[in-house]
Ligand binder design. Structure first.
Ligand SMILES: [Zn+2]
Length: 316
């Protein structure tokens, strides 16, 4: 699993398995307004400014070139082949299993395994709940990218947002800023408590020592883990005075560290870039030999649905 595919496998995938029905409607219905980008041979996505007026043209391109990677813009343009006359752009979030700030596995940098992909799935589901329940967004879609998940939002209310507004949405849904008032029942205060509690449960010593220098205090934080978790969940951080050996200053450092880690749950550069190209659902992620696919429901997502035929048939 998760090995690179060969050039022959890529060709086989596009000739025998790729089907235009696997391209989501949200791409097909706006096909001629999107810029397509390709990495033809693994050297990077240098083949840009492509426009396809009809699905047949996209199909011909993919079957003939069998690209290393295929991408489509999150933006719609009047002139996508020039990347000009920008109309609007989806609000997107990229949750990459290899870049999760707190990984549940022993993967080294750049690697993924089933465990961290599962963690990315749960993170994506949590972020999507906040988009729907707190921000009232309705048209929230999911794509398995090959190494994690994309959340793609199409509500009219977000398609015109600029960079700074998009970056505020990231801060809100990931819990990337410590709120001035932590005990409010609703709104960002509650989102932060939830995200912070989840991060604290997954925190290891190395992440705490980055901000708390005293070994004795670090040990105390872990021996009083349950109490501190309760304080984070309630938001009453002054209650830390009941935990001997851990002061308010330490608690604030801890929350700051958690907020910083939370900001890494998604790749912020992807969200704020309103001209970004994202991996095309239906295409092959050659680096890991997985299909990038539309996910109807994150709850019922199965990794095996993304395994291309050549990997099932003893290609591994
Ligand atoms: Zn892993």
């Amino acid at each position: 699993m998760f090995r690179k595919s060969t050039a022959e496998e890529r060709i086989r995938f596009y000739r025998e398995e790729w089907n235009r029905r696997d391209v989501p409607d949200f791409i097909m219905h706006t096909l001629s307004l999107r810029e397509f980008g390709f990495d033809l041979d693994g050297s990077g996505p240098n083949c840009r400014y492509n426009q396809f007026m009809m699905a047949e043209q996209l199909e011909d391109f993919l079957k003939n070139k069998a690209p290393y990677s295929a991408y489509a813009s999150v933006a719609l343009y009047e002139k996508p082949s020039k990347r000009e006359d920008w109309l609007k752009a989806e609000l997107v979030f990229d949750i990459d299993a290899k870049d999760l700030p707190l990984k549940p596995c022993k993967c080294s940098a750049g690697e993924v395994c089933e465990k961290c992909i599962e963690e990315a799935r749960v993170v994506a589901a949590g972020l999507a709940d906040t988009l729907k329940n707190d921000l009232g967004l309705r048209n929230v879609n999911f794509v398995y990218s090959g190494r994690g998940f994309h959340i793609r939002v199409f509500d009219d209310s977000v398609m015109q947002l600029g960079q700074s507004e998009r970056s505020q949405v990231i801060n809100y849904i990931t819990g990337a800023t410590v709120p001035p008032q932590m005990t409010m029942n609703l709104g960002y205060s509650r989102v932060f408590r939830e995200r912070a509690a989840r991060a604290f449960e997954r925190l290891d010593e190395s992440k705490v020592t980055e901000v708390v220098k005293s070994k004795r205090v670090v040990q105390k934080i872990f021996s009083e883990r349950e109490k501190i978790l309760g304080i984070i969940k309630s938001g009453r951080i002054e209650d830390i005075s009941n935990v001997e050996g851990v002061g308010l200053e330490t608690m604030k450092k801890l929350l700051g560290q958690i907020a910083k880690l939370n900001s890494g749950l998604t790749d912020g550069k992807v969200t704020v870039d309103t001209k970004r190209i994202l991996r095309l659902p239906s295409s092959l992620h050659t680096g890991v030999s997985m299909k990038c696919i539309l996910v109807r429901s994150l709850d019922s997502f199965k990794l095996e649905d993304a395994v291309p035929k050549f990997m099932r048939e003893g290609g591994a």
